[in-house]
Design a protein around this ligand. Structure first.
Ligand code: NAD
Ligand code: ZN
Length: 259
């Protein structure tokens, strides 16, 4: 990572009227939750196309719940890493207005971020597809010995995690808030996402169209790296963000605005 480049990005962040971040599974791999391309993890056992589609859930919820149970164990153990706490620090410093996350693991909130738009829902909630009743996943988990998969307390239908499965629409409110946040940002940080899952992948385009500098942080090049991102910082999110924050703090310090 070039110091000059980091300084430039830090200056843009501090000068920006509004900055935002789009995050994906890569911010949570360092917390032990595998992304879709991690080897030897959950997704080698369960093909997402076979298990994470709404058709699969409707056809055979018991089968899909075997995967959800394994995923739940991972989520339960996961703690926020320096990528999550780093993004929270940027918000605290007043240089990040909010995060649009594709993750369903709640780790941004646990890491201290306040304005988090959950584009794909949150695995801590369960919902009933029949009557819309909601339940805490933790409550259902405590009862798994007696009832698995968990059923709706109102109508008895099998509950579904309140996450967006492939083939389901984005919750309209999250979608509207995300588009509003992305419009007119000075800098969009795109962290740990392959930026290939639509419609979340449109967010960098919306930001770019309204003048944003796109700063990508990823362990490898993505579809954005060539000809779209203004900066590609190659490295782990949990290592790169703390370095970027140091650079931001140095700029703020110079301005006498460090809080
Ligand atoms: P993805 O699996 O398609 O891409 C993850 C990206 O993160 C890759 O580009 C990879 O190179 C990068 N990456 C991995 N480790 C990294 C690290 N330590 N630092 C920086 N970058 C790293 O994930 P996606 O783009 O989020 O899209 C897949 C879909 O899967 C999303 O819709 C998401 O909802 C869902 N998903 C969520 C979780 C979670 O909640 N933690 C986990 C797996 C999948
Ligand atoms: Zn119900």
């Amino acid at each position: 990572m070039k110091t000059e480049e980091l300084k430039e990005i830090a200056e843009k962040l501090v000068a920006g009227e509004k900055n935002a971040a789009l995050t994906g599974a890569g911010v949570s791999t360092e917390s032990g939750i595998p992304d879709f391309r991690s080897h030897g993890g959950l997704w080698e056992k369960y093909d997402p196309m076979e298990y994470a589609t709404i058709d699969a859930f409707r056809r055979d919820p018991e089968k899909v719940w075997v995967m959800i149970k394994d995923m739940n164990a991972l989520l339960e153990d996961a703690e926020p890493n320096p990528a999550h706490t780093g993004l929270a620090r940027l918000e605290e410093l007043g240089v990040l207005a909010g995060i649009v996350t594709q993750n369903i693991d709640n780790l941004h909130q646990e890491g201290g971020s306040k304005n988090v738009i959950e584009f794909h829902g949150n695995g801590r909630r369960l919902v009933c597809l029949k009557c819309n009743a909601a339940q805490d996943a933790e409550k259902a988990r405590a009862n798994w010995d007696k009832e698995f998969p968990p059923r709706c307390p109102e109508c008895g239908y099998i509950l579904k995690p309140d996450v967006v499965f492939f083939g389901e629409p984005i919750p309209p409110q999250a979608s509207a808030r995300a588009m509003e946040l992305a419009q007119g940002v000075s800098v969009l940080l795109v962290v740990g996402t392959s930026a290939t899952v639509a419609p979340a992948s449109y967010i960098p385009m919306v930001a770019r169209k309204t003048g944003a500098a796109i700063v990508e942080i990823n362990i490898e090049n993505t579809v954005l790296s060539e000809g779209f991102a203004d900066y590609t910082l190659l490295g782990k999110a949990g290592e790169t963000l703390p370095i970027l924050i140091e650079a931001v703090e140095a700029v703020l310090d110079k301005k006498g605005g460090l809080t």
